[in-house]
Design a protein around this ligand. Structure first.
Ligand code: BES
Ligand code: MN
Ligand code: MN
Length: 460
């Protein structure tokens, strides 16, 4: 297997580069054609890798690529999930090289080079590892599980059409485990396997004051300014201890035991390097929790964008009629995203002064998720990482969200294994996203080990 990967390394990279050149931005309707091109690219590569049956399944949004390879009814079936859509690349001027023209450059954490492109790590580079791992297993006659593939084009915009597809295709998606590479390890010399993801509730608020924009000299001071009001309302959403003030927000949160917290804290972490990497003098967050806990096992509330009034060149004296913000909350077990969205809505309406009208609307969301570490799937991932990296991996909890994962469990009764190979510092969703060449190749090497151990443990 290792020899096959080494011999074909350059071709694997060239193909991934072709894939990365397709600007498959799901959020931007101008790229609808590119989404189909990317889906077709993936389908062709799955055929070349040796999958028996492949199809592009249309949805009300972007298509889903589905493929199957059946070996034997006595063998377990692995359903691989991932996404071929990427986040928008803006602000483009902050990229050191164009986002859809991949290049390899060395970095401090990637001395062997990293591929710089939008989607390099999230998630095109990581789904491509699966296609190449399957190619290698088929070529070497070592594929020892049945495989199904489901790559969607709407993960970055909430997976709504995939949810419909899953509910309508339970038989087609029958499997023993779901395998996903769309998360991170601690460091290239510290392998880890994530045991959970946070949920998400994403809201948008609109604050309206006077019925038109006003001269801020003629009216300023006498009429409440929606931007002033909105920022004050937002500021009140956290108290002085960094706790979220939305009534009922923490009611269902499962507190981890001290043992569980200690186990997660045992994973290596360097706060100095963390701050240095981000160029910040101090960290800040909920009192009583460490930086890693704040970013993984605790729920949060953040403004993702805020706008209103004049933001063009120079200055304009204006008291805007409206102000807006996009606010997301990361959720932990046992919070329910619909419930939290409702709690947020009532709270935000309640704290609004009489001087303004407030509208709150709900975008997408998803439930939090955890995988038991004593399950066969988790154990197989653990052993695969151990053999792949030659080091005992560390269990971690991820702070990000893959909303469809909880739905997989609810609708298909299947657990998902988060076998990700990125680094938190790979700048996913940011300018200069990259993915280590080492990580890409190590992933291709490690995925077949998951198959091997999953089959072994399933028979045991
Ligand atoms: N791959 C990420 C999620 C992720 C990143 C999990 C790092 C764990 C570690 C995924 O593509 C993503 O960005 N998800 C979105 C949610 C979606 C609804 C937009 C997120 O977490 O913001
Ligand atoms: Mn992703
Ligand atoms: Mn993402």
């Amino acid at each position: 297997m290792k020899a096959y990967i080494a011999e074909n390394k350059q071709r694997f990279l060239d193909e991934l580069f072709d894939f990365l050149r397709i600007p498959s931005i799901s959020a931007d309707s101008n790229h609808k054609g590119d989404m189909l091109t990317a889906a077709q690219f993936v389908e062709t590569k799955l055929q070349e890798a040796g999958m028996d049956k492949t199809e592009i399944c249309p949805t009300d949004g972007h298509p889903i690529v589905f493929a199957e390879k059946f070996i034997d009814a006595s063998l377990p079936t692995i359903l691989v999930y991932g996404h071929y859509d990427v986040q928008p690349a803006d602000p483009i001027n902050l990229w050191d090289s164009p986002p859809f023209e991949p290049v390899i450059k060395k970095t401090a954490l990637h001395p062997e080079g990293a591929i710089f492109a939008r989607g390099a790590c999230d998630d095109k580079g990581q789904i491509y590892m699966h296609i190449k791992a399957i190619e290698a297993m088929v070529a070497k006659n070592e594929l020892n599980c049945n495989v199904k593939i489901m790559f969607e084009g709407e993960e970055e915009i909430g997976s709504e059409n995939l949810a419909t597809f899953v509910k309508a295709n339970k038989e087609k998606l029958k499997a023993d485990i779901i395998l996903i590479s769309d998360t991170a390890i601690i460091a290239n010399d510290i392998p880890s396997v994530e045991t959970g993801l946070r949920g998400l509730a994403y809201m948008e608020v609109e604050v309206t004051g006077p019925n038109k924009d006003l001269h801020s000299g003629v009216y300023g001071g006498a009429v409440d300014n929606p931007i002033n009001v909105l920022t004050k309302m937002i500021a009140s959403l956290h108290d002085e201890n960094g706790k979220i003030t939305v009534e009922g927000f923490y009611d269902k949160v499962i507190e981890l035991s001290l043992e569980e917290r200690a186990a997660l804290e045992a994973a290596p972490f360097n706060l100095g390097e963390y701050k240095k990497d981000l160029d910040i003098a101090e960290v800040n967050g909920e009192k009583g929790y460490t930086t890693r806990e704040r970013a993984a096992i605790r729920p949060t509330l953040d403004v993702n964008g805020i706008w209103g009034g004049y933001t063009g060149e120079g200055s304009k004296t204006v008291l805007a009629s409206k102000a807006f913000a996009k606010i997301s909350m990361r959720l932990v077990p046992n919070q329910d995203w619909n419930e939290i969205s409702d709690l947020f809505t009532s709270h935000f309406l309640k704290i609004a002064p009489k001087t303004v009208k407030v509208k709150v609307s709900k975008h997408h969301g998803g439930q939090p998720y955890v995988t038991p570490t004593d399950s066969i799937g988790y154990q197989a991932a653990f052993k695969a990482m151990e053999e792949g990296y030659g080091k005992t991996p560390v269990p971690t909890r991820g702070g990000g969200s893959i909303p469809i994962v909880a739905l997989f469990e609810k609708e298909l009764g299947l657990k998902s294994i988060l076998l990700g190979f990125g680094l938190d510092s790979d700048s996913i969703h940011s300018p200069n996203e990259h993915y280590g060449v080492f990580n890409f190749l190590k992933g291709i090497e490690t995925i077949p080990l998951f198959y091997k151990y999953f089959k072994e443990l399933s028979n045991a």
